[in-house]
Ligand binder design. Structure first.
Ligand SMILES: [Zn+2]
Length: 534
């Protein structure tokens, strides 16, 4: 109402005082951004406690029970309304605050990596619990970043009576790419105007257009045969394990004739019961990765043919179940450019000598050619990666959201450059001052970008223009799952059942210890003798 009435006089106002009309709102925005930055800084302790707590939970995908309970508790305490168990996933939730437009979604992943248990701040492999999962990617830090940014901006929006809705959500089971396509399918992003995703990295960065890396389908093939005595009457049995092995042999021959950017890998999830019983059931779990939707679909069709062939050869039957899916990512130009301006203003954290010593010692431990330590210069704004230059790589199911609503991924410098990924080494920095400072820097950028979007509705409009007329002009989103595909929430249950009792003894208690390093009694940094000096 107010806006409509005001619009009738804007034309006149612009004619009379163009300078003030153009400048005043920007000055207000700049002042509010400054305020947001200091409000984020004032919450550095909260950031550290959240980062360290989630690190100590070390939960795998679909088992993020403590993590979700803890993070939603903090959000509720800060006035967010939390809806739990969304999309049929017990550990998934959406938290909302505010009213009206724009609706800004802040997301980040929360799950860990198998076998990645690791003492933080120690520059060599030293698990807290051997064999247990841990945060060997750094997913303990992204939602804490978003919470700090959201609380800071919420205070400002309340005080200034700014319209807008903040929606926080977790990337459940990102390592299985098994939640975001389900969130999209179930309409959780229907009313969202802009999606600001964030993911741990080793620099502050953002990109637009087609990202590097791949999309994928994660699918488990199960074969069924018949048991028999493996020595007494093997001719009476039909081996499902033979089918798995033949499918894998077939796939590995075919591999030579697939396009260069493709990646595929598998684990045998069921290889039978015991050698003297012909395996009646056996399963193999594949990730098929490619850089564009049509190529992923083609790999899936080849996989299905392989399963069919293996079943024919072994006189077994086969079935399959999609366990995860991720579209190749495409990020929004307007939002990326807006974010990048804020990245330039915030800049990288000031690293201490201890931070750099840890980073260089780890790079040496891993045998890296370069031991340059932590990033000291911000990355350029990332540009679209042409398909012909994309040689494949990892995936993230944020891809599905990026094809549903204008999206970016903000990377923040909480980890050490030059690590193999999905490995204990990526956990080393993740409950140290490196992670804490990286999260605070990222939260500042995120808070500033939220204010840009709240104060300048034209940015949201431009973002959708890019989405509608450029990004989705020739390519529309086609999900790999349908309305009946259940989320595979059974995954990782057995691993957590096995390790959780022991892991519980190491949960971080912020009421007793200033940091998790203090609780574990770790001297920061701990490096091998002879690597402490460069
Ligand atoms: Zn990740």
């Amino acid at each position: 109402m107010f806006i409509r009435r005001a619009a009738t006089v804007i034309f006149l106002a612009l004619l009379v005082v163009p300078a003030i009309g153009a400048q005043a709102p920007d000055q207000r925005l700049e002042a509010l951004k400054k305020d947001a930055v200091s409000k984020v800084e004032a919450r550095a302790k909260l950031a550290q406690e959240m980062v360290d707590s989630v690190f100590s939970f070390g939960e795998l995908g679909f088992q993020e029970v403590e993590t979700s309970r803890y993070l939603t508790g903090i959000l509720e305490k800060n006035g967010f309304a939390v809806e739990r168990g969304v999309s049929g996933m017990p550990t998934a939730w959406f938290a909302r605050w505010g009213s009206g437009k724009p609706v800004i979604a802040l997301g980040s992943d929360i799950d860990g990596i198998p076998q990645a248990s690791q003492k933080p701040g120690v520059a060599y492999h030293d698990p807290i619990i051997p064999g247990a999962p841990g945060h060997g990617e750094g997913h303990n830090s992204g939602v804490p970043l978003n919470i700090v940014a959201a609380i800071a901006v919420k205070e400002i929006m309340e005080r200034e009576k700014l319209p807008g809705t903040l929606v926080l959500w977790p990337g459940v089971a990102e390592e299985l790419v098994a939640s975001k396509a389900w969130f999209v399918r179930d309409g959780l992003f229907k009313d969202v105007d802009v999606s600001l995703f964030t993911h741990v990295g080793n620099n502050l960065g953002v990109s637009w257009g087609a990202a590097g890396g791949t999309g994928l389908v994660s699918i488990e093939y199960t074969f069924e045969g018949e048991t028999a005595h493996s020595a007494g009457a093997p001719w009476r049995g039909r081996s499902a394990l033979d089918a798995v092995e033949l499918m894998n042999a077939g796939w590995n021959y075919r591999r030579e004739h697939l396009r260069l950017p493709h990646r595929s890998h598998y684990v045998i999830t069921n290889g039978g019961d015991q050698p003297n019983v012909v395996p009646r059931n056996a399963s193999v779990w594949y990730y098929f990765r490619e850089i564009e939707y049509r190529n992923i679909k083609e790999l899936l069709e080849i996989g299905n043919k392989m399963a069919e062939g293996a079943a024919l050869m072994t006189n077994t039957t086969w079935s399959s179940r999609i366990l995860g899916t991720a579209w190749p990512r495409h990020f929004n130009k307007t939002i990326a450019e807006t974010t990048f301006e804020n990245i330039k203003q915030v800049g990288l954290p000031t690293w201490s000598e201890a931070d750099q010593t840890l980073a260089k010692a780890l790079q040496k431990e891993l045998g890296n050619a370069a031991q340059a330590g932590l990033a000291t210069k911000i990355d350029e704004l990332g540009k679209p990666v042409p398909a012909a230059e994309n040689m494949g790589g990892g995936s993230d199911d944020i891809g599905d959201i990026s094809w549903t609503v204008p999206t970016i991924t903000l990377r923040y410098p909480s980890n050490i450059p030059g690590l193999p990924g999905h490995n204990w080494s990526s956990a080393i920095a993740m409950a140290t001052p490196i992670a804490h400072k990286g999260v605070v820097a990222g939260a500042k950028v995120q808070a500033m970008t939220i204010l840009d979007l709240v104060m300048k509705p034209e940015l949201v409009k431009q973002a959708w223009e890019y989405f509608n007329t450029v990004q989705t002009k020739d390519q529309k989103y086609v999900p790999f799952i349908d309305k009946d595909t259940p989320p595979p929430t059974h995954l990782n249950q057995a691993i957590l059942d096995k390790y959780r009792p022991e892991m519980k003894k190491y949960y971080y208690d912020p009421s007793k210890y200033p940091t998790y390093l203090d609780q574990l009694g770790i001297k920061y940094p701990t490096v091998r003798q002879g690597t402490s000096q460069q």
